[in-house]
Write a protein that binds this ligand. Structure first.
Ligand SMILES: CC(C)(COP(=O)(O)OP(=O)(O)OC[C@H]1O[C@@H](n2cnc3c(N)ncnc32)[C@H](O)[C@@H]1OP(=O)(O)O)[C@@H](O)C(=O)NCCC(=O)NCCS
Length: 168
């Protein structure tokens, strides 16, 4: 996958260690980081998160991008692919947008660009795991053409697994 993408309003650049402070603002915000184990409490957690994404890039060619507005360059979120629960059946798509910037179509815009890049890079199958209550995430997945494959369960409850076949 290419390490830089541009959309109408956004610039997506593969995350690097120098994004840590800006990304940590989002990951430590309880209004934004409402997934996983919740808000990060130490910068080290964000640094570790970035290191993992860089490893997925080096080992599997997958990119996770810092999402910035084109005009101001403000970091408003992140979006990309990871080796997650659905591996090796395919990588998982994820996105997060800062609470102050939500509901303006930014996550959809970023995710559409990332999925187009997946097709260009011949990723055969894409997954997204979504809690049943996460309506915005489900709407994005469905808009991208992902469909409910099955519902699994973990220690936090039900988890819907959406998938899309990207082969032409
Ligand atoms: C999920 C998330 C990335 C959406 O970001 P966003 O930039 O607000 O999304 P968009 O503006 O592109 O909206 C996507 C859709 O969800 C809807 N939506 C957005 N926020 C919503 C809300 N709070 N309640 C209901 N619907 C909502 C939008 O109307 C839009 O619907 P449409 O496509 O039918 O028009 C954001 O809420 C977030 O970061 N949440 C925390 C992290 C997270 O849940 N990530 C996904 C893990 S699976």
């Amino acid at each position: 996958m290419r390490t830089a993408l541009v959309t109408t309003r956004l610039r997506l650049d593969a995350c690097t260690p120098s994004d840590a402070a800006e990304l940590h603002v989002l990951f430590s915000d309880p209004l934004t980081n409402t997934i996983g184990s919740g808000p990060f409490t130490a910068l080290d957690q964000t640094e570790q998160w970035i290191r993992k994404r860089i490893r997925f890039q080096e080992e599997h060619g997958l990119c996770w991008y810092a999402v910035r507005t084109l005009g101001t360059g403000t970091l408003i979120g992140n979006c990309g692919l990871l080796v997650g629960r659905t591996w090796p059946a395919g990588p998982e798509l994820g996105y997060l947008i800062g609470a102050a910037h939500q509901r303006r179509g930014y996550a959809s815009e970023a995710a559409i660009a990332v999925v187009a890049e997946c097709r260009a890079s011949r990723v055969p199958r894409l997954w997204s795991t979504i809690r049943p209550h996460n309506e915005p995430s489900r709407r994005i997945a469905e808009r991208l053409g992902l469909r409910l494959d099955h519902t699994g369960h973990d220690d936090r409850g039900a988890l819907d697994h959406y998938a899309a076949d990207l082969t032409p």
